[in-house]
Write a protein that binds this ligand. Structure first.
Ligand code: 3PG
Length: 522
């Protein structure tokens, strides 16, 4: 195993990996792309904030794992990595204390004018009046995001007897009580706090979230500290609000981690060069965690820190394959030029909480233009762009269906064609249990399956078998459920090769079938 480390990490990482039989190339001077180009057989990359782009992943055919020695992984294209089956992990918590302490340092530095007072005194000044400060003790601190860093910040601040307000959409009120914070809305945080500190990632939901609406609510003299990611604050809005009222802004983060004049310089009261995790303790912790997690990943298959999993913990990935194949079957049933305008799903048992993880495979089942390694958000936009409605129905788990799913597709404007397919897993095999009213189908879809639906009459299966036999196509299995309510039959014939389209048409005509198609799945 070859590990590339194009960053400055504690030497523990090299020692640990080498002792475990890994070849390590650590070089913080060369860009990632150059190191990659010189080591095309690399299996792992460990980075801090260095970018890992699709181009770099494309360069390395053997790349299996990218480790972010730190918390935020917005420097790595995790979706592209998923498509290439490359796992990406971070080392959550490794540098939390360093960041939490940095926030306290920034708050105190703002409160006591540490930086300008140093500059002035050094230059011979004695500006005691100008640098009259305030105390942190007794103030109200608003924390946005109570993950590892946010919670440690609460702990570190406790000695100052401050009141902590927190916004976190998933923190339970009992835990909030336990750590002595008051959960409240963003509006309350911005209205009441003397200091606001951000501890959330930057993503599509949080980008630009701290905007004029909230900044306008800040008290005169209140401060906002950003040691999370630059994009969370709308810079133009901050500039506009700062022009009208006396709020303070301390930042450690910028759109790019690089030298050069920063556009926020005119509005920032305190600026640090992304030093949050830059303590020797955090650097050691992150290096140790990155090295240990790499070895545990390859030697024991431990993936709990993988951030771009195709499936979350608790979901068997076979269910995603099932969602795909049920949809592909429904799509074929509707007919080639009859794409659905609506998809409805029901996920039973424990699958109920994993519905969104099925949306990408379902979308891939509808259209082979959609890459199944994309995520639910991509799938949603893909469907929306094509005018396809998606609804995940509330299910009644009293039916005791176990872990199973039903996928319904609707097509047409006046005469709506509707197909409904149900399936589950049996002994780890995909099992299609129902197609429309053909209740006891129990088909394992792997291989080539010829579906023929017809008005029930004797001899049809014999005719199909003889047409196939004439062409030397071997039958491996046959299912023939009946829909007694409508006197219709379904023959599903599993064959050793895919039945060619012209033969499917011949069978359809010969047995006067209403539907005939072939579904191949591997
Ligand atoms: C993180 O996301 O872990 C921190 O922002 C630190 O980033 P760094 O490792 O690039 O200093």
């Amino acid at each position: 195993m070859k590990v590339l480390i194009p960053t400055k990490l504690d030497k523990f990482v090299v020692k640990y990996l080498t002792e475990n039989g890994y070849e390590v190339i650590l070089n913080a001077e060369k860009p990632v792309s150059q190191l990659a180009a010189e080591n095309l057989d690399a299996n792992v990359i460990i980075v801090r904030s260095e970018k890992v782009t699709p181009e770099i992943m494309d360069l390395l055919p053997e790349l299996k794992l990218v480790v972010r020695a730190g918390a935020g992984y917005d420097n790595i294209d995790i979706k592209y990595a998923r498509r290439k089956r490359i796992d990406v992990m971070n080392t959550p918590g490794a540098n939390s204390n360093a960041v939490a302490e940095e926030v306290v340092a920034m708050m105190l530095a703002l409160a006591r004018h540490v930086v300008p007072a140093d500059i002035s005194t050094r230059a011979g000044g004695w500006e005691k009046k100008a640098f009259m400060g305030t105390e942190l003790t007794g103030k109200t601190i608003g924390i946005i995001g109570l993950g590892n860093i946010g919670r440690l910040l609460v702990k570190r601040l406790s000695g100052f007897d401050v009141k902590v307000l927190a916004f976190d959409p998933i923190l339970s009120s009992s835990l909030a009580k336990q750590i002595d914070v008051e959960l409240c809305s963003l509006e309350e945080i911005f209205t009441k706090s003397d200091y606001i500190s951000l501890h959330i990632p930057e993503n599509n939901e949080t980008r630009g979230m701290v905007n004029k609406h909230y900044l306008d609510m800040m008290k005169d003299g209140a401060a906002i500290v950003n040691c999370a990611r630059a994009g969370i604050i709308n810079e133009a809005d901050l500039r506009a609000v700062k022009a009208t009222k006396k709020i303070r802004f301390a930042t450690d983060v910028y759109p790019k981690d690089e030298a050069g004049l920063k556009p926020v310089a005119d509005i920032a009261d305190l600026m640090l060069p992304h030093l949050g995790a830059s303590t020797s303790e955090a650097n050691f912790n992150a290096a140790k965690r990155a090295a240990e997690q790499t070895v545990a990943y390859f030697e024991k298959g431990i993936t709990n820190c993988v951030v771009n999993k195709g499936v979350p913990d608790g979901l068997d990935e076979h269910f995603q394959s099932l969602a795909y194949v049920l949809t592909a079957l429904g799509r074929q049933y509707l007919g080639e030029n009859r794409p659905p305008h609506k998809i409805e799903t029901s996920f039973y048992g424990e699958l109920k909480e994993f519905g969104s993880w099925m949306l990408a495979p379902i979308t891939a089942g509808i259209s082979n233009e959609f890459d199944p390694f994309m995520d639910a958000a991509d799938a949603k936009s893909f469907l929306e762009e094509r005018g396809i409605d998606y609804k995940n129905r509330e299910v009644d788990n009293n039916k005791h269906y176990g872990q199973s799913m039903t996928i319904d597709l609707f097509e047409g404007s006046e005469n709506i064609n509707h197909v409904s397919v149900r399936g589950t897993l049996t002994e780890n095999h995909l099992m299609i249990s129902r197609l429309n009213n053909f209740d006891s189908l129990y088909l394992e879809p792997t291989g080539h399956n010829l579906f023929v639906e017809y008005s029930d009459e004797p001899g049809v299966i014999g005719k199909i078998a003889s047409i196939l036999g004439d062409k030397n196509i071997n039958i491996i299995d046959i299912r023939a459920p009946q829909d007694l309510s409508s006197n219709r039959s379904l023959a599903v014939v599993k064959t050793n090769v895919r039945v060619p389209d012209e033969l499917v048409s011949k069978i359809k005509i010969t047995v006067k079938a209403t539907v005939a198609f072939c579904l191949s799945y591997f």
